[in-house]
Design a protein around this ligand. Structure first.
Ligand SMILES: Nc1ncnc2c1ncn2[C@@H]1O[C@H](COP(=O)(O)OP(=O)(O)OP(=O)(O)O)[C@@H](O)[C@H]1O
Length: 226
């Protein structure tokens, strides 16, 4: 899926969070790194229209995130930093099924797709569990299942391994690595990026590097040392 930024910038209340940026993303695994407040989340949110560009435009698969907002949003799933907040219904299987409502599917089809996505992410045993009772790793997988059931082409994850222990980090790392879909991952967990195709480094709202992981990370270390 081609994601195109054309002179896109973002200001909040007159303060620039992201300076005008033009680039095209098409790689399967894209990492986004940078210091706190450098513009990573703002950049990622532009992709599915959660943030609108103040100037310029962003398209995903040719769809404009403002003019074709709803269709564009369907192309890119987003997992927030605290994914339990994006789950609407208390029980996991119900939350997943909720994402399929209003699609003209029968109850049997909804149940079948819910079961299939739980299987896909190895969590059928969590189907009847309450979301607020899941562990950090389980919550990440649950959120990924809830988003992927709607069939986006791109999955954007905002710090998916934050607060996870080593075992769950590995699990999420493997889950992301195995996704056939395109994935864009914001992370402070630099080890996650080893096998990535491309890493974008943001600094003070500007793109400071756009390179293979090793090069972008070494530039990041220089910036962080200042
Ligand atoms: N909705 C908003 N309203 C006002 N300012 C915002 C808003 N969202 C982000 N900002 C500001 O824009 C700048 C970039 O924020 P952003 O969340 O994109 O950074 P980040 O790199 O993702 O940070 P972190 O690593 O801490 O999550 C920050 O100065 C932030 O305070």
């Amino acid at each position: 899926m081609e994601i195109v930024f054309s002179d896109a910038s973002v200001s909040f209340a007159g303060r620039t969070a992201l300076h005008p940026l033009s680039l095209t993303l098409f790689e399967r695994r894209i990492g986004i790194i940078g210091l706190n407040g450098s513009g990573k989340t703002t950049f990622a949110r532009l992709i599915n229209g959660l943030v609108r560009p103040t100037t310029g435009r962003v398209t995903i698969g040719g769809l404009d995130t403002v003019a074709d907002e709803e269709a564009a949003r369907g192309r890119a799933g987003f997992i927030f930093q605290n994914p339990q907040h994006q789950m609407i219904l208390p029980v996991l299987a119900e939350d997943i099924a909720f994402g399929l409502k209003n699609r003209g599917l029968s109850a049997t089809e909804i149940a079948g797709r819910t079961e299939a996505v739980l299987q896909r992410f190895g969590i059928p045993h969590l189907a009847r569990r309450r979301i607020h009772e899941l562990s950090g790793g389980e919550t990440q997988l649950a959120a990924i299942a809830s988003v992927m059931v709607t069939g986006p082409d791109v999955l954007i994850l905002d710090e998916p391994t934050n607060q996870l222990d080593l075992k769950n980090r590995r699990l999420i790392e493997k889950t992301v690595a195995d996704l056939p879909e395109q994935a864009i991952v914001i992370t402070h967990d630099l080890g996650l990026l080893d096998s990535f195709d491309r890493v974008l480094l943001f600094h003070q709202g500007r793109l400071a590097a756009d390179a293979p992981p090793e090069d972008a990370i070494s530039r990041y270390r220089e910036i962080a040392a200042c």
